[in-house]
Design a protein around this ligand. Structure first.
Ligand code: NAD
Length: 310
């Protein structure tokens, strides 16, 4: 059924997601890909010869595909992919095309892109479909998609069938932009849990506690949480957590800073009071600028607070 699909943005997440599509879709499917950097495009074409086909612009991807996924860093990149009058998606006929933007960006940009497409091509559909689950989840095809649409969206069945090739959970969040709102609420909360867990572990260790004992206490007590259980910020507690490998892999601290900034701005725009928003933002900003933390998993906050000082 999905014989002509497009993928734009083959970075840390996008390349794995496109690989999932290329692995799972039948031999007759063609996957048209574009990235501003040629290396990941060439690698993917070499890995799936005849099935993955390189394009020179988002416009060309759109001309050749029916269902198009985009996965680029920020709002300005999404704007360029979709709205550039020469190379962008709008530069061609979009009749009946379905677009899913999986990038984590601000709500205003996503709604503007959607409105612009709808105005010019009422038959095209655009969905915000940000993801959670990280690079490892993308590689395994287990990420979650938060979809900006209603439960009864007429295209939901098709979207679910398609997105389940790349992920294991697909949650319709209500209406356009609420996929992004969900993602920003999720990352705000998990970002705060990362800071709070790091603080509590650091405090306990300095008071003489073994971090293993303290982590068992949290797991048995009211502080039980997914970050301590799976991504414990203290090295050596969870063997395959990034913290146990010098915070390599995982979700980079500067990406958390980006998402946290988007969440704090969203709170302002909807009039939600955040007691912890500004401190959280400053903490992730400081850790992103700390050379011992930059480019490492966001739970490196534990190190930033001096948790691994001997
Ligand atoms: P990345 O920087 O590794 O990859 C982005 C890719 O987009 C790059 O290959 C870049 O060359 C390409 N790109 C930039 N501008 C482009 C354009 N105009 N046209 C085509 N390609 C362009 O980023 P990533 O980690 O893959 O993240 C992508 C998005 O997914 C971000 O919004 C991020 O917040 C979100 N996200 C990331 C993770 C994660 O763990 N890395 C998890 C969930 C969500």
């Amino acid at each position: 059924e999905f014989s002509r699909v497009g993928f734009i943005g083959l970075g840390a997440m996008g390349k794995h997601m496109a690989q999932q599509l290329a692995t799972k879709l039948p031999e007759t499917t063609k996957i048209f890909v574009f990235d501003v950097i040629s290396a990941p495009v060439e690698e993917l074409v070499a890995e799936f010869p005849g099935k993955v086909i390189a394009c020179t612009s988002p416009k060309e991807v759109t001309e050749k595909s029916d269902l198009i996924t985009s996965m680029v860093p920020e709002g300005r990149h999404v704007t360029s992919v979709y709205l550039d009058e020469t190379t962008g998606i709008v530069a061609t006929d979009l009749q009946n095309r379905i677009f899913m933007d999986c990038s984590t960006i601000d709500i205003a940009t996503s709604l503007r892109v959607k409105a612009e497409l709808a105005q010019r091509y009422p038959e095209a559909s655009f969905y915000d479909a940000p993801v959670s689950g990280g690079v490892l989840g993308a590689a395994k095809g287990t990420i979650a998609f938060f979809l900006g649409c209603a439960e009864n969206d007429p295209q939901l069945a098709v979207l679910k069938e398609f997105l389940s090739l790349m992920g294991s959970k697909i949650i319709p969040c209500g209406k356009p932009s609420l996929g992004l709102a969900s993602k920003l609420c999720n990352n705000y909360l998990s970002g705060l849990i990362g800071i709070a867990s790091s603080e509590a572990l650091n405090m306990g260790i300095r008071a003489g506690l073994d971090p293993r004992v303290l982590s068992n206490v949290f797991a048995a007590g009211t502080a039980q949480n997914n970050i301590c259980d799976r991504f414990n910020p203290c090295p050596g507690i969870v063997p395959d957590a990034p913290s146990s490998h010098d915070y390599q892999g995982g979700f980079k601290v500067q990406l958390m800073k980006k998402d946290f900034t988007l969440a704090v701005n969203m709170a302002k725009s909807v009039g939600a009071t955040l007691a912890l928003g500004q401190c959280g933002l400053e903490t992730y900003e400081a850790a992103s600028n700390d050379p011992e933390c930059f480019d490492r998993d966001s739970r490196v906050i534990f190190r930033h607070l001096g948790g691994d000082e001997k």
